[in-house]
Design a protein. Structure first.
Length: 240
């Protein structure tokens, strides 16, 4: 097996550096055009909810002159409910009510796909994020989901333990477009293609360029070489 000469590979890349840079620049340009012209901007708005002691229970304890601090029982109950609540946020009833209240023209399934519900580990926090092609609509949907969900919990479980910590705000910065990231990705792709091109071109090139190529290809020593000089010969055989 022929040994790989790292020096020759580096020389090969150096000799092809102009073509490699050209290929990389082409891919960077493709990345910029793709991001600007073909990626549809999407906007995300988020709201955060917390599961806390229900207001009815707190008022009852206050009337009875008992503590209204959160107990271990409350934490255990909220921990069990948080998984249920996470599913309930994306339920058909909530989504249908949101569409009805906002009078928006969007399919229920599409809206469900645009909703992301996350729970913060070891907490009673629920984060609801909505992505939409309209920043204003994403903001309205996120807040409406929080309101409808809170009302549904009260109606379904007869407890009022869902409280809005942070209401959604309008975010006019697209969440699916990152120009720096895209340029880095397309630069990496361009570099990879350039390297493959140089290596493939070298493998397919069977021409003899140096004495070393003759020795390596035919396994015979080169006895002598004729140096190449760039002489400009005048008519009559005289050099300039």
């Amino acid at each position: 097996m022929e040994e790989i000469d790292l020096k020759e590979i580096l020389i090969l890349f150096w000799n092809k550096k102009v073509k490699m840079i050209f290929i990389i620049l082409i891919f960077v340009l493709i990345g910029v055009v793709y991001t600007k012209k073909f990626v549809k901007p999407m906007y995300t708005s988020s709201t955060t909810l917390v599961l806390a002691k229900s207001e009815d229970t707190a008022n009852l304890e206050k009337r009875n002159n008992t503590t209204n601090s959160i107990t271990t029982t409350d934490i255990t109950l909220n921990s069990k409910l948080i998984s249920t609540y996470r599913v309930l946020v994306e339920s058909k009833d909530v989504i249908r009510e949101v569409i009805k209240n906002l009078k928006i023209d969007i399919a229920e399934e599409k809206l469900r796909k645009n909703i992301t519900v996350n729970t913060v580990k070891d907490t009673e926090l629920i984060k609801i994020s909505v992505i939409d092609e309209d920043a204003q609509r994403a903001y309205e949907i996120a807040n409406e989901i929080a309101d409808v969900f809170s009302e549904m919990v009260l109606k379904t479980y007869n407890i009022n333990n869902v409280h809005i910590v942070d209401r959604a705000k309008i975010n006019y910065t697209p969440s699916n477009i990152n120009n720096i990231r895209d340029i880095i990705i397309f630069t990496g792709i361009g570099l990879l293609i350039a390297v493959i091109y140089v290596l493939l071109a070298n493998v397919l090139d069977s021409t003899i360029k140096t004495a070393e190529d003759i020795e390596r290809e035919f396994k015979i020593p080169v006895l002598a070489t004729i140096p190449k000089h760039n002489f400009n010969i005048e008519k009559g055989g005289k050099r300039k």
